[in-house]
Design a protein around this ligand. Sequence first.
Ligand code: 13P
Length: 240
Amino acid sequence: MPKLIVGNWKMNGLQAESLERVEKLAAGVQGDASGSFHMVVCPPATLIAPVAAKLKDSVIRWGGQDCHAEASGAYTGDIAAPMLKDMGCDFVILGHSERRQHHGETSAEVAAKAKAAHASGLTAIICVGELDAQRSAGEQESVVGRQLAESIPDTASTENTVIAYEPVWAIGTGKTASADDIKQMHAFIRGKVGTLQILYGGSVKAANASEILHTENVDGVLVGGASLKADEFLGIAVAS
Ligand code: 13P
């Protein structure tokens, strides 16, 4: 199965540089006939429409970084799943550790959001991962196991749900989990989620992508910082 290569741009980018980036990505992907990967970019909400316009004739798909559990209503500043779908999104990232940390999102809320995403025909990329202290205490599997049990709604299927394992201590730090740690955790997650695709995230870059993407039970990667540079992100994709 082709690997899923997802770029999470987080809160980065103005139009000019971002559109230049997607033009480079579209041209780069065009030249890769291997069919070994599917590429997805998740820009900030303000850039979804212009990015969609640039990518509409490309094989690259796009998604949002969050959605509300309700389809509409008095929720100032929030974005509903049908709005993402209306912009041509196929994916939405949910329960990212930055949202769990800075917005106090609980796994129950993540499950409700994922249900809303499914109802709109979006694929939910549900993020899980332990903190540094939890790994030091040997609690990584119990933490991730609980997040999986509570964040995945009963509407989830292989067609509409992808899991992203992102150890919090590896995000934006330049520290990646070792191949053994990734292998062990992905095997644990596989045991819980069956055939759902499982992505790894946390300081993935072109230089380490090949080893990570060829680790057992790694079906793709969720990339932050390195997805902001077209050459680097393409380098990750071709490593698949
Ligand atoms: P970095 O690739 O910058 O470590 O971020 C990972 C991430 O959080 C992707 O969602």
